[in-house]
Design a protein around this ligand. Sequence first.
Ligand SMILES: O=P(O)(O)OC[C@H]1O[C@H](OP(=O)(O)OP(=O)(O)O)[C@H](O)[C@@H]1O
Ligand SMILES: Nc1ncnc2[nH]cnc12
Length: 190
Amino acid sequence: MPASETLPEPAPPEEPQLSSFIRTIPDFPVPGIQFRDVTTLFQDARAFRRAVDGLSAPFADRGLEVIAAMDARGFILGGAMAYALGLPFVPIRKKGKLPGTTLMESYTLEYGEASVEIHEDAFAAGARVLLIDDLIATGGTAIAGVRLIERLGGELVAAGFVVDLPDLGGRRKLEAMGVETHVLMAFDGE
Ligand SMILES: O=P(O)(O)OC[C@H]1O[C@H](OP(=O)(O)OP(=O)(O)O)[C@H](O)[C@@H]1O
Ligand SMILES: Nc1ncnc2[nH]cnc12
């Protein structure tokens, strides 16, 4: 072989399925719940990057102006996406945490009730907003987020989640409301 010729790059090792990074914990936080834990995905740098890139990919040319995300695990993904896409980040926080004037929505979820808030000046009316959370189950949390964005006059472009639990029907509810919904993986059996 001439000195200038180089050997082909070895094929990169196959990446494991992203879903293999999600840990399932039975009976948390209450008996009967199969808790799908995304922290084990965040702990792996490549899996975390794949999740952030996978959630961002459909929106390259969609004219997004704001990333809004749900307290608390949605912040980890939404913050990374806002940084990567060069967009402002808006937190939708659990009640009582935001210091400014807020709008509030209350909802029920698989294991309790909660209220979330957004700053009333989080973005200008008409802003094109993407809503992000780690997981959609009953949809209560995401629908509360959608309502807050709409009450502020935002134009909701879509909602994105790493995990969908289809048996709990949240994604169907969001789509029935006309919300374009993206998920990276689904787990049956909830
Ligand atoms: O579709 P739903 O039935 O509303 O459930 C989904 C929500 O539940 C989890 O958050 P949780 O309320 O446990 O709060 P945390 O992120 O503060 O732990 C999850 O991170 C979603 O936000
Ligand atoms: N089963 C579940 N696992 C993780 N987060 C959740 N949020 C609501 N239900 C959940």
